[in-house]
Design a protein around this ligand. Structure first.
Ligand code: ATP
Ligand code: MG
Length: 874
């Protein structure tokens, strides 16, 4: 059975059992501080499990894009080395939200695997939670009895908390689970060792394929377990592993999910998969990682230097590096695999097809820059090696290896590999210590402790009324304290709130909570999944009271101006630059708006002006807002509403229209009632933020006023500085001209001076044992002229040794140059000589064996340096 068919069969099977099919949620998680990437199918249903939200359908089936490269579930180091862990993989799941429980979950799983997919029963094993004393949990007798009625008892294995108690993270929904394992070994091997001994033992052919989790608890911050309001089923089956089991392959990479990629890579590299283990790992790493990278970029996460972006960058670099070291790729190659991703995954995940060109561009740019880094790192390694050689040492210190890793992105195994090839080794223990130090540093910087929610009023759900009101009476449902380096911070949830929580680029509202006895400042509002969390300066002394929740209206109004302007900007950009414009990110606050979009060139002055004109024309038209809530998503799409890749939309959406032929967007933000409120729109900057992504910043209303005033004041100041000339531009031009003339004049003077110094010095050479030696103190305008002088002296006198002690802009500098032949004949080394002499001026330096320089702090040491050199050579 083909992979595609296996996937659709899964969905159809559960549809026939009244499950509703939901598409995968994005792989990049936005509104959850505890999670960067989706690491299991259950993430998008977390709120339903916790009871924060009522599930729309009691039974659901899906295939979820997952990424396990950070946090609690991190498989990165296994990937490629083994044949069944991926970074990105699809998790097939069936779900019950307070509906069926263990019996159906277990019976259906068995039916699907053995009757529909026809996996041989005698190759399957199941596991059951054995209980845990620490958590005061008994063994899962119910699951055991259910399995016992289906499979022989010797195929049931008892599992510990580590394997049979599933948890999403340190806190959150969890529960005992039953896993299904498959034994894919040959008959001969099976005859030798029973499969049950190999389950959960990291055997590459005896692997877990399906995990049936019975969600029953919420793990709290203090480590304790709390029963969930209802019991749920959450199952996750690794699609790639299932395909392998059904296709009877000994590796996930031999299935039709990966084969086309392996073949493409064979063609490109000229190597054959399956010939040599080291190369094979590289093959697997690359065909695995290209999926992870493509899918995350498609969902809006661009490689960068922090957080989620950095995780993606590291995965990409890992792939490039394996290609570079083992498959001989010295030029970008990964990006050329993106058309295959579009071809093989475009049907089920349309986002990778729609954005294929963009994904390729981003990857190519990253590859190019990392290959450059690799190159620089290699050069660094070269000079480290020659330094060690000079000292006759053979071990690269851990600190140096760590520096290479940290600043040049040079992985330890690559440093070790190159070191080994050159007869060196790396102090790996030292490296690990440095790594640990850094981890401790960053942990200390980011550590925070989230307290559990304290319930105040019964949780009846949260109502957001901020589209219609900026003030309301409300009650606190719950609050908690978060402690980190900066101290304590407080969060609370209201039953009814006008506060807009940061999302869709728009910042969260600020304002006040007012009761008859106190007034508490709300400093920010954010979403945590679907919960609206208010960040407050302090906790109320009496949280049970009724509060008046009041949004800072001034800030909200300015923010709204900028949000609506962002919509107008997006449409104007489409008109001016073309339909390929896709939003890549945005920020809207009370001061400015920032809009990132895919586009491959710099915008010209004219294009910018044109965009401004269009937006301002729309502002003057005073177009009224048309806001439609609860529009079925299909209908919204028919209206031509702009949606974002990587955004999670429900079945019903909000549509914001300003002129149905100009701007229709799916948007949850707050907007002006009519466009003239925006006043005036002005772009303040345009630039590139990464491959194929441009960033425009702009301002509106009051900010434009301030901007114009500033510009005007600036011109006035300039006029005054120039003593109010009639033509300011001309006055500046003539100033520049004058400056350039003077610069030239100074350069000529410097040259003349240096020539004078040189002819003076040529007279001072002394011959000693066949070498022309010059040791002298000079005064020069800059470091360049010192270097030039040294070279010229060496070229005119032969064989020469020149030591110059120069005063340059009131700082001491040394230069040593010598005829190359003297390195061998006399054993001299300019670098060593200069380092020796530099001690006299409290400095350091280095260079090549025939030429080296040093700078220092102590000007008075120049004379001593000269004396020392004379003592050494004369
Ligand atoms: P393993 O012990 O093999 O790492 P797990 O216990 O981490 O698996 P679960 O968290 O229970 O796995 O996830 C459910 C299913 O997802 C597993 O049964 C497996 O089939 C699949 N799976 C888990 N991790 C990966 C991965 N890194 N790559 C591919 N499939 C995976
Ligand atoms: Mg795992």
């Amino acid at each position: 059975m083909e992979a595609k068919k296996i996937r659709s069969t899964f969905i159809e099977f559960f549809q026939s059992k009244q499950h509703y099919y939901v598409p995968s949620s994005p792989i990049v998680v936005k509104n959850d501080p505890t999670l960067m990437f989706t690491n299991a199918g259950m993430n998008q249903f977390k709120d339903a499990f916790l009871g924060n939200e009522i599930a729309k359908y009691p039974r659901v089936a899906n295939s979820q894009k997952c990424l396990r490269v950070s946090g609690k579930h991190n498989d990165l180091e296994e990937v490629g080395v083994d044949t069944y862990h991926h970074t990105m993989f699809e998790m097939l799941g069936n779900w019950s939200f307070g509906d069926y429980f263990k019996k159906e979950a277990i019976e259906w799983a068995w039916e699907l695997l053995t009757e529909v997919y026809q996996l041989p029963k005698d190759r399957l094993y199941v596991s059951v939670f054995q209980g845990d004393e620490g958590d005061k949990l008994a063994m899962d007798q119910e699951a055991y009895d259910l399995w016992k009625s289906i499979v022989p008892e010797d195929r049931i294995i008892m599992g510990s908390k580590k394997d049979n108690f599933w948890e999403m993270g340190d806190t959150g929904p969890c529960g005992p689970c039953s896993e299904i394992h498959v034994d894919l070994r040959s008959e001969a091997e099976r005859a030798q060792t029973p499969g049950r001994d190999l389950v959960n033992n990291d055997h590459p052919q005896v692997i877990e394929i399906w995990n049936l989790v019975f969600m029953q608890f919420n793990r709290l911050a203090d480590g304790s377990l709390k029963e969930l309001p209802a019991k749920h089923v959450d199952t996750g089956m690794g699609f790639e592993r299932l395909v392998r089991a059904i296709q009877r392959k000994s590796s996930n990479y031999d299935t039709d999910l990966f084969e086309p990629f392996i073949q493409a890579l064979e063609k490109k590299s000229g190597k054959t998969y399956g010939q040599n283990e080291a190369d094979d790992i590289a093959f697997r790493v690359i065909v695995d990682h290209i999926r992870a990278i493509s899918f995350t970029i498609a969902d809006g996460q661009i490689p960068s230097n922090n957080k989620a972006g950095y995780v993606i960058r590291r995965i990409l670099r890992r792939a490039v590096r394996y290609g570079y070291t083992f498959l001989g790729f010295q030029q970008p190659f990964l990006y050329e695999l993106t058309p295959l991703i579009a071809e093989y995954f475009g049907d089920i995940f349309p986002e990778v097809r729609a954005q294929q060109e963009f994904i390729a561009k981003v990857i190519q740019e990253e590859e190019t820059s990392f290959l450059r880094t690799l190159d620089n790192g290699l050069k660094m390694l070269e000079s480290i090696k020659s330094e060690l050689n000079a000292k006759n040492e053979k071990v690269i210190p851990g600190k140096t290896a760590f520096e290479l890793y940290d600043t040049y992105g040079f992985p330890l195994d690559l440093t070790s590999l190159i070191a080994r090839e050159n007869g060196f080794s790396v102090d790996e223990k030292g490296f690990a210590e440095e790594m640990e130090k850094q981890k401790t540093r960053s942990r200390a910087a980011s550590e925070s402790e989230t307290g559990d929610w304290v319930l105040v009023h019964e949780d009846t759900g949260v109502e957001f009324i901020g589209y219609d009101f900026t003030e309301t009476h409300s009650h606190i449902i719950k609050y908690r304290t978060i402690t980190d380096k900066k101290g304590d911070r407080y969060q609370l949830v209201l039953d009814k709130t006008p506060f807009y929580a940061e999302s869709g680029g728009q910042v969260g509202d600020t304002g006040w909570l007012v009761s008859d006895s106190e007034k508490i400042r709300v400093i920010d509002t954010k979403k945590e999944n679907d919960l609206i969390v208010h960040f407050v300066e302090k906790l109320p002394t009496n949280p049970e009271k009724r509060f008046s929740a009041e949004v800072d209206r001034e800030k909200r109004t300015l923010t709204m101006n900028n949000h609506t302007a962002t919509h107008l900007l997006q449409s104007a950009l489409r008109e001016v630059l073309g339909d390929h414009i896709q939003q890549r990110g945005s920020l809207v606050n009370e001061n400015l708006l920032r809009f990132d979009f895919s586009h491959f060139g710099k915008m010209s002055e004219e294009e910018i002006a044109r965009v401004e004109e269009i937006v301002n024309a729309k502002v003057r038209e005073n177009i009224p807002l048309v806001e439609q809530r609860n529009v079925p998503i299909e209908e919204a799409k028919k209206m031509g509403a702009t949606a974002l890749f990587g955004e999670k939309y429900g079945d019903f959406v909000r549509v914001i229209t300003f002129d149905k032929d100009f701007s229709v967007e799916l948007c949850g933000g707050t907007h002006v009632p009519a466009t003239s409120q925006i006043g005036l729109f002005k772009i303040t900057s345009e630039g590139s933020i990464s491959a194929g992504v441009r960033r425009v910043e702009a301002i509106t209303s009051k900010a434009v006023e301030a901007y114009l005033r500033e510009q005007e004041a600036l011109v006035k100041e300039i006029q005054e500085l120039l003593k109010n000339p009639r033509d300011v531009k001309k006055a500046i031009e003539s100033l520049i001209q004058e400056r350039n003339d003077l610069k030239k004049e100074i350069e000529t003077l410097h040259l003349e001076k240096a020539a004078g110094v040189k002819s003076e010095l040529l007279k001072q050479f002394v011959e000693k044992e066949g070498v022309q030696i010059l040791i002298s103190q000079v005064e020069l305008p800059n470091a360049d002229s010192l270097k030039k002088l040294a070279y010229e002296l060496k070229n005119e006198v032969s064989p020469a040794l020149v030591v110059l002690a120069a005063k340059i802009e009131d700082k001491p500098q040394l230069a040593v140059i010598l005829e190359e032949s003297l390195i061998a004949s006399k054993g001299w080394n300019a670098g060593q000589i200069v380092r020796d002499l530099a001690r006299e001026i409290q400095g350091g330096g280095g260079g090549q064996p025939f030429f080296a320089t040093a700078g220092g702090k102590d000007l008075s040491g120049l004379e001593k340096a000269v004396a020392k050199a004379k003592a050494m050579f004369l």
